[in-house]
Design a protein around this ligand. Sequence first.
Ligand SMILES: Cc1ncc(COP(=O)(O)O)c(C=O)c1O
Length: 364
Amino acid sequence: MAISLPDGVATPALVVDPEVLDSNISRMAEASQSQGFVLRPHAKSHKCAQIADRQLRAGAHGLSVATIGEAEAFAQVGVDDLFIAYPVWLDADKTQRLRRLADDVALKVGVESVEGARRLGKALRGSVRRVQVLVEVDSGSHRTGVQPPAAGEVGKAAADAGLDVVGVFTFPGHGYGHDTQARERAARDEERTLGEAAQVLRDLGLDVRVVSGGSTPTVGQWQPGTVNELRPGVYVFNDATQLAIGTCDVEDLALVAAATVISVPAPDRFVLDVGSKVLGSDRSSWVTGHGYLPKFPQGIITGLWEHHAVVRLPDGVRGPRLGSVVAVVPNHICTPVNLADELLVVQDREVVDRWPVTARGANT
Ligand SMILES: Cc1ncc(COP(=O)(O)O)c(C=O)c1O
């Protein structure tokens, strides 16, 4: 069953079902634990202190984040073990902020170039705690990360610059594909490339303890052995992309945007008060439309403006009434969360809590 919307809610609003959220969190924690993986969920998907707390209480070992700003926001609410899973490129301001963070929490940072490693080492020289780094490997998504043989020169540069090189990481983004084979292939690529890179670093005498991978689509494809840490993020809420590629069911959707029907210009068309400023505009080629409507699954959001979503219906299918409130599942949950001030927690059609998006806009 899809999330029930609260009565009388002011729209647009992001609405969370805490039961579905908790079940997503515990399912992932149990799956990781039972296979011996350390779970370090990516907090960019929720940016919310209350959800981080639930993940940590369920057994997560710290959090992954994408920016220094996200790390600062979670450190401020007491999270003391953070991995910035990103090849941070430091300027003067970021250097100051990273040094403060390094003194306050157990901090890991990604590196993927010799220059970046040297810059990081220089910036952090003299920090109270020694910062740990993980070398980023490209396992096939061709974003950032080095090919496994090149992990050695990056790791050596980092160690020479005084950093504690503790491992390797990758993001298997190419697992986002329509078929389960894409997910399985990505998981195997991840294991192979991380394994090779870890060996290159070990051959240099570096003590590789962390071999970190994982994404929501590769959930269920992991095999214990090479990888020992996982960083899925989207699984807490799921979204229309995960639904389209089959990594979740409608019952696993923990967050929707509540939207009001503000216009019904024709029998086959209605317009909602959510646009790209609420839903975000991410759209993968395998997702139909700009969001999924659980109560109107045949409706396709064909047009998205800043404040309007235009939904088309097939002939003969009835749409909602003018003024009614409907749920929209965003295509990619991380962007809508980043655009919202708060998440409305709803049980039995009532708003029982309001969780601020703690790291809202913390994108630097
Ligand atoms: C470096 C990194 N780790 C982990 C994740 C989390 O994966 P997912 O969004 O599939 O849950 C992401 C997502 O973009 C990422 O970029």
